[in-house]
Design a protein around this ligand. Structure first.
Ligand code: AMP
Ligand code: ZN
Length: 462
């Protein structure tokens, strides 16, 4: 069955065809490590994890590269402002290197909690400075660059089709961007490839280069690293939707100018996580929630956030609320209970081909997880024998990544207690608190303990 993916470049769903099947090169723009990732950032990484798992489910071998931006990401979008790493370090009284290491580890912990598979290759901007310098030298030799007093810039007017990804009106864009003035730039859309260290301040992160001591612009790292680690396997490049207009547009301009070849065939972008009132969750807004906070405040399992993300298609904004996350926790717990009930009575045998096909149709339709979840429930409600249901459910979990095989860990409950426990989960989901309390009392009266834990409700024999 064909895998169809929406390509931001063509603005349509396209049949996915990798350069060197069955291998697929996937590049995910990674975090800027001057602060914790927030659950909006993590939504984007859940999206790219589903993408990767769906590729694997389709039989592809994915070579997945993710960078860590540990230098040179300025607070202004167009090369103005402070370096986020250096200013973060100053605020916390640590070195920029310490800050980067600390938040890189925090990010890695988050993705483990969300069952996001690690990339095949992690790479850091600070470890590929020489490749970035080499790429800038190529651009310089081809006449795409010019110096200003603060750095080496890419001349976007020399690159035909600068807006082919963003589909923006270039003239309007030049006018609009003129507001934040850098009088030395030839065009408002030009961007820094290399920034010079200020003369009066000694930066913590700086390197020698043919143009003087300084540090790379933000965009050049992703071009250098994807070429270094993926070679010509430039299949899919993804990130959040805010990367379309500047970061990815600039990556394409500088890469294609340097190589003369198309830079990635498919561009995919996840929509934002928003909060009440439609505001985007952002590190710079200070309105953000970390995963740890979200888990603690709502007494949920971290995977409930993963499950919550499945309920909105990745190209639609997802609104975060306490109610939504509790509903997701209950929904996931219900699914785990269904898995456990099956495990109590059966061993998985073979995957049902028809239901596998239905699931695949959903995920291959541009990663339609809401549709896929509906297929999961249809399959569980079907007349299939338990061993086949269980095998099919485990097959689906290769994409969902909810660790359903572990749902059977611990004690199996008698069917009547399980039914009461399921009813209580439903009552809590529907906020029928009185009913939920009654059900708890009935379960306890039958000699079982009921505990509401961050991992969901636990029922066991004392
Ligand atoms: P950053 O660490 O700021 O470079 O962002 C990491 C990733 O999160 C990027 O792919 C961003 O596009 C994405 N991102 C930023 N804010 C949000 C948000 N509110 N919702 C979803 N993704 C986001
Ligand atoms: Zn990037």
């Amino acid at each position: 069955m064909e895998l169809q993916l929406y390509n931001t470049m063509s603005r349509v769903k396209e049949v996915f065809k990798p350069v060197h099947p069955p291998k697929v090169g996937l590049y995910t723009c990674g975090p800027t490590v001057y602060n914790y990732a927030h659950i909006g950032n993590l939504r984007t990484y859940i999206f790219s994890d589903i993408l990767k798992r769906v590729l694997t489910y389709n039989g592809y071998e994915v070579n997945h590269v993710m960078n860590i931006t540990d230098v040179g990401h300025l607070t202004g979008d167009r090369d103005m402002g402070e370096d986020k790493m250096e200013s973060g370090a100053r605020k916390e009284g640590k070195s920029a290197w310490e800050i980067a290491e600390y938040y890189t580890q925090a990010f890695k912990k988050d993705i483990v909690q969300l069952n996001i598979q690690e990339p095949t290759i992690w790479c850091k901007a600070t470890e590929t400075i020489s490749e970035q310098i080499a790429l800038i030298q190529t651009l310089e030799a081809k006449g795409y660059t010019y110096p200003t007093s603060d750095g080496i810039y890419f001349d976007t007017s020399k690159f035909k089709d600068y807006t082919k990804l963003s589909h923006q009106d270039l003239e309007a864009l030049q006018e609009g961007a003129r507001v934040e003035k850098n009088p030395e730039k030839r065009n408002a859309t030009d961007f820094a490839l290399w920034k010079f260290s200020p003369r009066d301040v000694r930066r913590q992160m700086e390197w020698e280069s043919p143009w003087g001591i300084g540090f790379p612009g933000w965009h050049i790292e992703c071009s250098a690293m994807s070429m270094k680690y993926l070679g010509d396997m430039l299949d899919i490049h993804c990130g959040g939707t805010d990367h379309v207009d500047v970061h990815h547009t600039n990556e394409i301009a500088q890469s294609e100018a340097a190589t003369g070849k198309p830079f990635f065939n498919y561009w995919m972008h996840g929509a934002f996580l928003i909060i009440a009132g439609g505001k985007k969750m952002a590190k710079s807004e200070g309105n953000f929630l970390t995963l740890e906070r979200t888990v603690a405040d709502n007494a949920i399992d971290p995977l409930a956030y993963r499950f919550a993300a499945f309920q909105t298609h990745y190209r639609k904004p997802m609104e975060f609320s306490k109610d939504a996350i509790i509903a997701a926790q209950n929904g996931m717990q219900h699914l785990r209970n269904q898995a456990r009930t099956l495990m109590d009575s059966a061993q998985p045998t073979r995957v049902d081909p028809e239901y596998q096909e239905k699931f695949m149709q959903a995920v291959n339709n541009d990663l339609n997880m809401p549709q896929a979840l509906a297929v999961v429930q249809d399959m569980l409600k079907s007349e299939l024998p338990a061993p086949i249901k269980l095998a099919t459910l485990f097959d689906y979990d290769q994409v969902m990544g909810l660790n359903l095989k572990d749902a059977g860990a611990g004690q199996a409950l008698p069917a009547d207690i399980q039914a009461l426990a399921d009813a209580r989960i439903k009552a809590r989901k529907e906020k029928q608190w009185a009913l939920s309390d009654q059900l708890r009392d009935r379960i306890q009266a039958l000699g079982f303990v009921v505990q509401d834990t961050p991992q969901g409700m636990k029922v066991f024999k004392p």
